[in-house]
Ligand binder design. Sequence first.
Ligand code: GCU
Length: 337
Amino acid sequence: PLRSRLTPLALTAVGLMSGLLSSQALAVDSVTLRVGHALNEDHVVARSYRHMADELEQLSDGSMHLRIFPNGQMGSTQDMLGQMQNGALDLVHASASNLESFDDIYSVFNLPYLFPSQADFKKVVFGPIGEEIMQSTREKGFFAIGAYVAGYRSFYASKPIRTPADLEGMKIRVQSSPTTIRMIKLMGGSPTPIAFSEVYSALQQGVVDGAENNVPSYVQTRHAELARYFSEDQHTSVPDFLTIATSTWNRLSDEQQQILQKAVADSEAYQQKLWDKVNQQAREQAKEMGAQFIEVDKDAFRKAVQPLYEEYRQQSGHAELLERIRDAEQDDDQPQG
Ligand code: GCU
């Protein structure tokens, strides 16, 4: 490749020229990808993106860079997904909840009690069905190149939530997902969509009475200080995705695409390992922060959300996905991620 024969100075010149001429032929040589996320720096996925940035530098001999905009610096995830479609960002971290309003195909991952176990989650998300969903939106200007585990989401508030009746009259922060909004309504609560980085102050100021998330996020955001009761109804397992603008992807050379794909695949493996470790520690940390874990009877919650499945089958354009996920869950021969 041309790059290995150029001195650093020459590379800079190429970089400058490519900026001036914005010629694709020149721009392929050195590339900086801009990635935005709304997570704080401690979040397992945020750490995995830093790992990916290092990996990208190494694999490309310093010619591919990841410039990370963390903490919702570039706005909420919904804002950033819009910016990616306008070309202001190359990559955006988004949970399947955020992606639902950009393409309905992601709504399936927001269905409560979809996966009987975390092994089933991995089988689906990192298997052929997940891959198909991730690739499906290319024509819309973006697609997903990486997927990340995110455990179970449960409710937390300043009082225990043991049954759906306890949610009565409670404002619960949710991600911007129509399926989640409907789920909370069916359970009896009042869903309030708020950007992730604003939930702490929303809890503090009483804008919401509670929220729902996995244990590591509950701890890393320090929400555990404000909402002491973590009630483990484990209603959803919503995967996180790294999305990329189709135009950015097409601008990369074959070699750059392969390098990026390798760095992303390694970040997935890194994240899963880190997740297991952090997930174990998080419960103890939560308790140290004064949190209490409440065991709940999941069946009452499961029952309350049943209409959502019927609605999904009738209204979603992707009802067949649900059947395929159920089949995959029952099939032990499906490839595991
Ligand atoms: C989890 C998830 C994030 C998401 C966040 C949220 O932490 O990993 O991707 O943004 O929940 O509730 O907004």
